[in-house]
Design a protein around this ligand. Structure first.
Ligand SMILES: [Zn+2]
Length: 185
């Protein structure tokens, strides 16, 4: 194994370390990876204000700023939906379940709801707008996989699986790479 990996499994934090690591290296890397995971999670749990700012950026970048919501908020009562939009009021709510997901998934959900301000239904015009976002299909796949796991009760706490990984280069000279997805195993 040439990498150090860390991820969450529900309440547990799992850190995979090369067998040849010394006790001191092990201790140092556990500390380093726990810190890295926490930083990553903070970055992935934007506030209401950050969410609204991000919506504005996405509208500018992909919708020529045509979608102008009056409010964008996290919401705990979205049921099985990832988000919702009330075009008549210009309000957007994003499910709390999306909050810990990778940024490109949050961006997709935001952009999807922003697009509903322009097209209420999922018609061809709606999907044509979302074609501009390069990770639309990947994000849809991520969300479908998440639902599938949740329905099977494998992720009952509702938190998204998260992982951080660093590539091991040589001895102490390890370079950090943070990954968006948990390892598939
Ligand atoms: Zn929709």
């Amino acid at each position: 194994m040439r990498t150090v990996s860390a991820w969450r499994e529900g309440e547990r934090t799992v850190i995979a370390i090369p067998a040849r690591f010394t006790r001191a290296q092990e201790k140092e890397w556990v500390h380093r990876m726990v810190t890295r995971l926490a930083t990553q999670e903070r970055r992935r749990r934007p506030s209401d204000v950050e969410l609204a700012d991000r919506a504005r950026e996405l509208s500018a970048r992909y919708l020529s700023s045509r979608a102008v919501p009056t409010s964008v908020r996290w919401s705990t009562n979205q049921g099985r939906r990832w988000g919702s939009c009330t075009p008549s009021e210009g309000t957007i709510r994003i499910s709390d379940r999306v909050r810990g997901m990778p940024r490109w998934v949050i961006d997709y959900v935001l952009l999807h709801e922003l697009t509903h301000l322009l097209h209420a239904c999922h018609g061809p015009e709606f999907w044509a707008e979302l074609d501009a976002y390069p990770r639309t299909q990947r994000a849809q796949g991520f969300l479908e996989g998440y639902s599938f796991r949740a329905e099977r009760g494998e992720d009952a706490d509702g938190s998204a699986a998260e992982a951080a990984e660093v590539d091991e280069l040589d001895g102490d000279e390890l370079d950090g790479v943070v990954r968006d997805e948990a390892p598939t195993a």
